[in-house]
Ligand binder design. Sequence first.
Ligand code: ATP
Length: 248
Amino acid sequence: ADKKPLLDVNGIEVIYNQVILVLKGVSLRVDEGAIVALLGANGAGKTTTLRAVSNLLRGERGEVTKGAITLREQRIEALSPAALVQRGVVQVMEGRHCFAHLSIEENLLTGAYTRTDGKAAIARTLEKVYDYFPRLKTRRHSQAAYTSGGEQQMCAIGRALMSEPRMVLLDEPSMGLAPQIVEEVFSIVRDLNRREGVSFLLAEQNTHMALTYADHGYILENGRVVMDGPAAALRENEDVKEFYLGMG
Ligand code: ATP
């Protein structure tokens, strides 16, 4: 059966500070229920692509100057980040961004700010987040500042899940984490994808890990998609091996 695109990014150009052209016509799609990896070196434009989708460019003095972004075939470029969260699209920013002085549980609850379905429903989501991230349950009364890097990354993802999203934009979840913790985070992402049907667009420099868990990958170079394909095919591709998997 033909899958419908959940997210469709079509030929977008992004300019920062009215002069710096950073995305030069990027197109990609995320099908309903897919994990899609956005790969490429530092500075290739991964974060910018995610920010364009979640409408977080303005704070960075950036704007989409060409192309279109649609969610279930509806244009979304004009929607605020909060309106996007209400439509099921939430971004987990690079560098985690937990509130250091709040407890893990308080951090998680801030993720429910756009919800209007009441405390009981929010409490059910919180229990679900704890089921996926048992470490967060153990640490729920700890101040985020005193938890590990892995726990803070889990907290950032858990906080995003508190909005009951259909699609999570995940920016470099592996950054700064030990390989074992990266595996743990990615395997929870896969569980969320399989059991809850949450779709993911995942920006990663850790090509190997991302292609192990993703269904499909796009490789960005200097603001352009230079290659894309099923994750398994990219893993076997000689150029990808040489340039991104360090097997040349
Ligand atoms: P990283 O892994 O460092 O996040 P990336 O692939 O996500 O890399 P981006 O952060 O999207 O890349 O950056 C792409 C380009 O845009 C880089 O050359 C960067 O210097 C530039 N850039 C990013 N943010 C801004 C900004 N606010 N103003 C001007 N230029 C920016």
